[in-house]
Write a protein that binds this ligand. Structure first.
Ligand code: PLP
Length: 355
């Protein structure tokens, strides 16, 4: 079975196998990771390893904190404005799709003005909105959804925001392609797409940006989580354990550069097929196409549904597009092997031949 779900998504098979083997007894302790205290030495090793591995993989500078939080990407739509929009009480947003728009909505809900500087909504988000010049000292930050999971676009290169820090939502392409952490004030990602199971949210933030905040729930307080090394309260122990194994797997594969190389091969192959196909089409501007979420359709809802059903019968699971846009979507995260993409292309090719 190949799982093309957008998230929770496919995990690397060796990691699943290791979790299965270790689940009854962690390191011969006679206790499952699910029963281990977050204050136990064994978990201390795990969470420290996870941080060190992520720092190595992303070349995270020492002046950036790595936090393991809860609440997913949606929690960060609140945490970022609450912690960081304290000066101007105003953020800038490029409306590149549903998740960017949700971030703007959450900031506004918390009393922070969220100015949408550009949107491609009228073009069905099939290309990315360009960033107009930003006046210095106007916004606390620019929120960017780096990979638009629903619409299948990616900022492969960041727009120039001048002195305004960028908060990057990397939920669906962290470790899938290389970025410079220094280009961001903050990066966040829920784990359930490219990092492991749901439950832990990774936050990477420039420490000098952190300051004491009031009227922020402790669970969303970056500085508190940094001071307490992500152990302010009981963290999602199992999710962090699994995350650590996924990070180890990425290192063993050759790191993010190697992941990007493989992801480019996988995506290129699928886009090439779609561009040639008389039946299937991807309508996203080529320069903006995502490596991790490939959206496509036949132009007929009934036919799209037939593809989803028949593909599942062939072990190609969860190809249904996001409920807000319909169509089809193949998510090609790091754990998806090239063989999965080949199997998908073979199936689609067969499907169109028999129409
Ligand atoms: N940001 C992006 C880019 C996403 O794809 C998602 C979920 O799919 C979210 C945020 C929301 O994440 P969560 O469900 O972890 O709150």
């Amino acid at each position: 079975v190949y799982n093309f779900a957008a998230g929770p998504a496919m995990m690397p098979q060796p990691v699943v196998t290791q979790i299965q083997a270790e689940l009854p007894s962690l390191g011969g302790s006679g206790m499952s990771i699910m029963e281990v205290s977050h204050r136990a030495a064994a978990f201390g090793v795990i969470i420290n390893q996870a941080e060190t591995r992520l720092r190595t993989l992303m070349a995270i500078p020492d002046d950036y904190a790595v936090l393991f939080m809860q609440g997913g990407g949606t929690g960060q739509f609140a945490a970022a404005p609450l912690n960081l929009a304290t000066n101007h009480r105003r953020i800038a947003v490029l409306d590149s799709g549903q998740w960017a728009s949700r971030a703007a909505g959450e900031a506004a809900r918390l009393g922070v003005a969220a100015d949408v500087l550009a949107t491609t909504k009228n073009a069905h988000y099939r290309h990315l909105p360009p960033l107009p010049p930003i006046a210095a000292a106007t916004y606390d930050y620019l929120h960017l959804c780096i990979n638009n999971t629903v619409e299948g676009t990616t900022y492969h290169h960041l727009p120039d925001a001048g002195s305004t820090p960028i908060v990057g939502d990397m939920s669906s392409n962290i470790l899938a392609e290389q970025y410079h952490v220094r280009d961001f004030g903050l990066i966040f990602a829920g784990a359930q797409k490219n990092l492991g199971p749901a439950g832990v949210t990774v936050v990477i933030v420039r420490r000098e940006w952190l300051h004491a905040v009031t009227a922020v729930p402790s669970m969303l307080d970056y500085r508190l989580f940094d001071q307490k090394k992500s152990l302010y309260n009981t963290p999602p122990v199992f999710a962090i354990y699994a995350l650590n194994l996924v990070l180890q797997w990425v290192q063993e594969q050759g790191g993010v550069a190697e992941m990007q190389r493989r992801n480019e091969i996988k995506a290129k192959k699928l886009y090439a097929f779609l561009d040639e196909s008389p039946v299937f089409a991807n309508l996203v501007a080529k320069a903006d196409r995502s490596l991790t979420n490939v959206v496509f359709n036949t132009g007929s809802e009934a036919l799209d549904q037939a593809v989803v059903a028949q593909a599942a019968a062939h072990g190609l699971m969860n190809l249904k597009g996001h409920r807000s846009v319909g169509g089809l979507r193949a998510s090609l995260y790091n754990a998806m092997p090239l063989a999965g993409v080949d199997a998908l292309i073979d199936f689609l090719h067969d499907f169109e031949k028999h129409l």
